[in-house]
Design a protein around this ligand. Sequence first.
Ligand code: NAD
Length: 449
Amino acid sequence: MSKRLASYDPSNGELLGDVQVTTKERLSVMVAQAHVAAANWRNLDAVVRGTILEMAYVCLEPHVKELAELLSREMGKDLHRATGEVGNVVYGGAYIARGAIEALRARDLGGGSLVEYAPLGVVAVISPWNYPLAMANNLILPALVAGNTVIFKPSEETPLIAERFIECLNKVLPEHVLQVVYGDSEQGKALVESNVQLIAFTGSQAAGKDIMARASGQLKRLVMELGGNDPMIVLQDANIEAAARFAVASSFENAGQMCTSTERIYVDHRIAGRFEKRVVELATEYKVGPWDMADVNIGPIINADQHSKIIEHILDAETKGARVLLGGSQQPERYIKPTVICDMTPTMRMEQEETFGPVVSISRVTSITEAIARANNSSYGLGAVVFGGTEAEAVAAQLEAGMIGINQGPGGAGDAPWVGAKQSGFGFHGSPDGHRQFAQVRVVSRQTN
Ligand code: NAD
């Protein structure tokens, strides 16, 4: 009998439904079908492909409410945030499609030379659970506009929202242009090793490294958006109120389960007391609970392993001498109450690893040099933030990250690339440069016969 993949509500463990795990045999058939479909799909004009995709996104519009509720139940984020995520995907689809069409237009270099952006073939899209629609969509849509067909493997934590999303899109898309594989890392590995030409992955650093190793035999193309351990520096002349508000909001967003959430804060010792006090006041206002409870802003943690990991990180900090100002390692099942910890040191796990939970972790530093050194002392380099006045720009220039925020969060205007430095990324998406990573660049030069 074929295996089933069950999906549970993380707030109470209730079974929400299940899907059939994709077997190796079935995956081989799907990949072959994707190649057949690619032959037709790539021959359509990019504008026609874009128009078909826009129509598919219009067909999602009546389903926004239903998709948002399912996303909330399956992933745990509150309905307001889930509606925002679904809305961005559905109503932003046309914008991404048009941007990709523009970015992928051939460029005339003069003298008979053209730069073209040709489809690669079949693209594997592998995505995480924390923004189950947005992360998948950021990779699926440009890959399809570029003339590739896609085989999508959603996270094992959120198969139902993926199933419903793909079902809606496939009412419009030609057959086998977009297919879905269900399972965990086993099915992910099988997909990586199958006859795909690009692997577009969003997820953890560890899985990214494994994918890179498996892809190396055939030098498969990679777009990898990996984890983060984002630092925030608060300089002596920072606006303490603005910095504290950002620190709390960013550390707690999506219950801390966000790749660019603030994970480590380095604050000038001369303002540290006032900053910590305000952080605690703000953090106390956050309410923990299930997605359908009023005014909730911290939902459940996705699963028991992730819940244990967060507690282990807090416990490790407590044991090594950190001061807990709010919350701590004693936590209820399924949830982590807002936690604020200070006097962090470089040997603590929270300083070195991605915690991915609603924890504000603060270190006092005595110089800007120390703050920058601690901020950069990480294999990660996704986002980084500095709050301050006269020296903020100079500090920002020294931060090793793909996305830097000065007195604001990382990640820029609508069409900015979403990009990591160091071991937080390899390739990227978003923006014209990002869209082009889903295509093979070809230079065609000609002279008259
Ligand atoms: P994960 O790496 O465990 O899993 C992500 C996906 O990859 C899942 O679909 C999983 O089944 C699959 N997978 C796992 N191991 C694999 C392997 N060896 N080969 C192929 N597929 C494999 O990550 P997660 O727990 O789902 O998500 C959280 C992580 O994602 C965090 O590290 C977070 O920072 C990161 N993330 C990064 C971004 C970004 O834009 N940089 C965005 C969201 C999440």
